[in-house]
Design a protein around this ligand. Sequence first.
Ligand code: 3H9
Length: 709
Amino acid sequence: MNNAVQNAQPAAAEVVRTARHGAVVCVTLDSPPVNALSSAVRKGLWRAIEEAEADSSVQAIVLVGQGGNFIAGADIREFGKPPVPPTLPELCKRIEVCNKPVVAVLNGAVLGGGLEIAMAAHHRIALADARLGLPEVQLGLMPGAGGTVRTPYLIGAQAALDMMLSGRHVKAQEAFDLGLVDRLVEGDNAETVGLACVRELLDQGLVVRRARDAGGLANAAEAQAAIDAAKADVAKKSRGLFSPGKIVESVQAALELPFDEAIAFERQAFLACLDSPQRAGLIHAFFSERETAKVPEARAATPRKVSALGVIGGGTMGVGITVAALDAGLPVTMVERDAEAIARGQANVEKVYDALVSKGRMSEAGKSAVMARYTPSTRYEDVRDADLVIEAVFEDIETKKAVFKELDRVCKPGAVLGTNTSFLDIDAIAASISRPQDVIGLHFFSPANVMKLLEIVVPAKASAEVVATAFDLARKLRKTPVRAGVCDGFIGNRIMAVYKQAVDGIMEDGASPYEIDEALRGFGYPMGTFQVADLAGGDIGWATRKRRAATRDPRARYVHVADRLCERGWFGQKTGRGFYLYPQGARTGQPDPEVLAILDEERDKKGIIPRKFTPEEIVRRYMAAMINEGARVVEEGIALRPLDVDVTFLAGYGFPRYRGGPMKYADMVGLDTVLADLQEFSREDPLFWKPAALLERLVAEGKKFESLN
Ligand code: 3H9
């Protein structure tokens, strides 16, 4: 991120303009990209309200946002910096106490502090495209400018808690039905329709009407019941998150305390959230997910037009990619080797939509419209007009090369040729055809229509235009793209291979797979490593280990337990047992005493006397291995920046979002602490735990990974 650009603060007068229209003052916020409430915007708004109030000829004040949005919230970039007055709660109060009617005209994003400003105003008018929300919870925060008080005053505790705990965006019509908006207006220019509407309201006798006088909490018993239900729900679902509990406490305060005291209570709760490492992690995740698309090639080149896609392969990945593209409105031609295989591919695509139809989330007509974009084929010639083709066949370099040879033969000049390989050498695939500049890795994660991550793997000869096209495709498919270099496993699978080795070592040295999984869930993962292995299928990891056997460093520690399970045909959920037992097709596994016996046998063979590991020690080792390999991946340029590693794990591997990703976590724990851990562990196994040079350098220079973002 460019700090100079980030820190450049425009003057208040530049970002907030006022204009007189008879007796009405129109206050326009113009602070691209989303009118976030920076200190300059807050100052400008404050001044505009003061001036309008002081002018006896003014009868009403209209607030509008320029550029398609009202206000997307507090300026997230200011969090963690010293506060600059006026604060947002002060500004909201200033608007609320204004003795002239203030009307907020809502369009586009009306989020967080933006909605709080609107609720502090006396009337709310919404255009059809307005989306209102209090999404602070997704940033580890809570509404902190009166939102936890004014929202229940306006729409009742239940609806307010739903909005604040989910962070969901409410469309204009729903906001009107809830009573959050007073009037819906047609038109697309907020200023024009807002002014016309206010003139009409003035004719009808527009007066000041404050949220603090609204009756949303009048039925105390009903409000208490909603609060109690929310409290129970938070306890059940919020998995270690801090701010949901604070939101509920603040609504309780809104019910019990006088209005101003409840606002003061909210402020303290908000500041506690602001101070939490979860806020730092979640805001890092928010910005990082937007940064990963900013790669040199996307800046330097214009993407090629992609309006038709080819997918080679109708297996799990081919189907998922096809569905992702169909959902994005792209026509897809899927090619399989014979009639039977393509029939299976087509059936699997249809199955995804049938499931939506049966859940009532799609109509039959909707399914037909999507399927009309899908063309099954058994001939490569049918992708000759495709702008981009993605190969998703069996993970074997010769098979892939054979597919690329066909693509080289049939595809039109300039078509982008993507491979969905998860580890193979894409440079070698590119070198095998006559147009290596058009080849790119598009590593989707399974299920490809659901998982957000798309690793865009850039081989040496890929043209900038091709890279830019891949990023543009990710945007169209609503994926989170991360640029990766070519190596075995790219960013994600390469790092995963290393922390899995660490986990295997912990297991062989004494912790059971069940203790390890529990420790990882305690850290915030939805599932532990062994649960994931059972879900993915043990045979997949087994094949990878066999493939790597020839190149494995003979000095490296190798734990045989997983192989022993695979030799017995225990591949996880699909075979009814793996590290866990799944009796009668159960989805949740049970610990298996036979697995523990196999583990003991393996320990005996190596003369290992098992020792105890605390959950904290398990996590320390797991994270140290992950961070160390993450540092290597950055050092080698496989990842552009540490934040690319973070986003890979957040979007593709279930890393707990509130921890910001492995590299952010390392910064928060302290790189010196991580290095000290590695040094301590390396006394047992110097080869595996050798600290990455980049980590050592950063510690020596007193810097963080953040300095490389
Ligand atoms: C809050 O309000 C706390 C208060 O209750 C209390 C305070 C006391 N600040 O997402 P996009 C940037 S907490 C600064 O790509 P889209 C974003 O980084 C806040 N910058 O576009 C990006 O910059 P760049 C509660 C922000 O159209 C650019 O705008 N509000 C902010 O897909 C475009 O963003 C939220 O949590 C911000 N608040 O989506 C809303 N928001 O171009 C967060 C955006 O340099 N924002 N930027 O990469 C969003 O959900 C989406 O950005 C939004 C637009 C829906 C608005």
